[in-house]
Design a protein around this ligand. Structure first.
Ligand code: HEC
Length: 153
């Protein structure tokens, strides 16, 4: 079984569990999620390490390409890191991490959308698209920090 079909199997199991859980709590007001990590810990544990791999994936120096994914494994790894950031956007939307349902949601969704674009670029093995979508992703990081962190870098 290759890696793609193995992850699809896990996803199928996850979906089946999600539905059965749904059925059990039907009629009540469901509280299916339990946030464990703080915003800072989601940054440190998921968003920073995975986005660093994305930002470092393609590097130009003086107009010359000096760093880019080469093997199938490189591209596959890059895609998984992009998916981790995309899903982390959903984690930021969950209470009690979500600070409000306005700009906080907007930046979190932008992070998810941009990271999903990076994942598609990695799937297509498109170096220029990884660079472009990674740049868009970075604007979601800085947009949120400018609004929600005092003395944002
Ligand atoms: C929806 C808002 C939001 C988005 C999007 C977001 N961040 Fe953050 N980030 C925060 C907040 C809030 C903090 C401060 C957390 C704290 O100190 O409690 C933070 C903190 C950080 C820190 C400092 C962490 C530390 O331990 O000092 C870094 C670095 C960081 N984010 C990187 C990123 C990167 C890279 C991205 C994009 C790939 C990103 N963030 C996207 C809200 C966001």
């Amino acid at each position: 079984m290759n890696r793609t079909s193995r992850s699809l199997t896990f996803m199928t199991i996850g979906v089946a569990l999600a539905f059965s859980d749904c059925g059990r709590s039907a009629g009540q007001s469901p509280e299916p999620f339990r946030a464990v990590a703080s915003v800072d810990e989601v940054m440190d544990g998921i968003i920073i390490p995975s986005s660093q791999v994305i930002f470092d994936a393609v590097v130009y120096s003086n107009g010359e390409l000096i760093q880019a994914p080469k093997t199938d494994d490189d591209w596959f790894g890059l895609r998984l890191h992009a998916l981790a950031v995309a899903e982390a956007g959903n984690l930021l939307l969950m209470p009690p991490r979500a600070k409000d349902s306005g700009d906080w949601s907007k930046f979190s969704r932008e992070l998810t959308d941009a990271a999903a674009d990076v994942a598609r670029a990695a799937e297509a093995k498109d170096i220029e698209r990884v660079l472009k979508t990674g740049g868009t992703m970075y604007t979601a990081c800085t947009g949120c920090h400018e609004k929600y962190i005092e003395d944002a870098p």
